[in-house]
Design a protein around this ligand. Structure first.
Ligand code: ADP
Ligand code: MG
Length: 253
């Protein structure tokens, strides 16, 4: 497997000003590497700085110290080739499924027919065939998030950043989406090279990730990095699976 270094973060620090004049240290010396072919998890409780870290990687915000490089180049503004899936889906309610997905490509300046063709491909890939002209309100949460995935995948990004993509879904729908995603990923059908998955769900991290960076209760620090050496597809009932989950649970609490 090619293991090109996609992302390299070193000693990243981020703080926000507090109303009382002090500052809130949110990320304190974060190191993270993502190689081609990997799904890396960022696991931590609410408020541990996971979304802040994703925003830095996406170039939507800048670190106070440390470095972030993407394919060997410093990230200073939103780089092409990084796409995001959000917990809240972030769809435009007045646009159809197809229009929402096409919007993902608008900035690339592609010919009209190519935008249409690639969007239909992404819609088909993610299991939304037949829903092209539906509006988000006509879809279930699971289907809406499929639109979120299609809109991110349509740009054929090198890196897919996922910020709690399954948290707003009921458990069974979340399970179906995770399984479908992992199947496409394992079969090499997704037009992406690496994934960062943000989650507060330990089982989800162990189901999906090759490596998991665990945020501790110390503000802004990664407590540990866990390599998940279990074959895909993973089985919740496998004792090896339970062991990893339990180990992480003990560390986080
Ligand atoms: P997570 O995604 O892990 O739940 P966040 O990265 O959203 O955590 O937030 C981490 C901490 O930083 C929280 O205490 C949050 O209130 C604070 N925070 C996030 N963004 C801002 C901001 N733009 N201004 C001030 N504080 C912020
Ligand atoms: Mg968050």
């Amino acid at each position: 497997m090619d293991n090109t270094l996609l992302l390299d973060l070193q000693a990243v620090r981020k703080a926000f000003p507090k109303p009382d004049g002090g500052e809130l240290l949110v990320l304190d010396g974060i190191d993270l590497r993502l190689r081609e072919g990997e799904i890396v998890g960022l696991l931590g409780r609410s408020g541990s700085g996971k979304s802040t870290l994703l925003r830095l990687i996406a170039g939507l915000s800048v670190p106070a110290a440390g470095s972030i490089s993407y394919l060997g180049r410093a990230v200073t503004e939103p780089p092409p080739g990084i796409a995001m899936v959000f917990q809240s889906f972030a769809l435009f309610p007045w646009l159809t499924v197809l229009e929402n997905v096409e919007l993902g490509l608008e900035a690339l300046g592609l010919p009209r027919e190519e935008i249409r063709r690639r969007s239909l491909d992404a819609i088909d890939l993610i299991g939304l065939d037949g829903f092209e002209s539906a509006y988000p309100r006509e879809l279930s949460g699971g289907m809406r998030q499929r639109v979120g995935f299609a809109r991110a995948l349509v740009v054929h990004p090198n890196i897919l950043l996922m910020d709690e993509p399954f948290s707003a879904l009921d458990v069974l729908t979340a399970e179906t989406l995770r399984t479908d995603f992992l199947e496409l990923w394992s079969e090499g059908q997704l037009p992406i090279k690496g994934v960062i998955l943000v989650t507060h769900n330990i089982e989800e991290a162990v189901l999906m990730c090759d490596r998991i960076l665990v945020f501790g209760s110390n503000p802004g620090r990664i407590l540990n990095e866990i390599k998940v050496d279990l074959p895909q597809p993973r089985d919740r009932l496998d004792p090896g699976f339970r062991d990893v989950v339990e180990r992480i649970y003990v560390e986080m609490t």
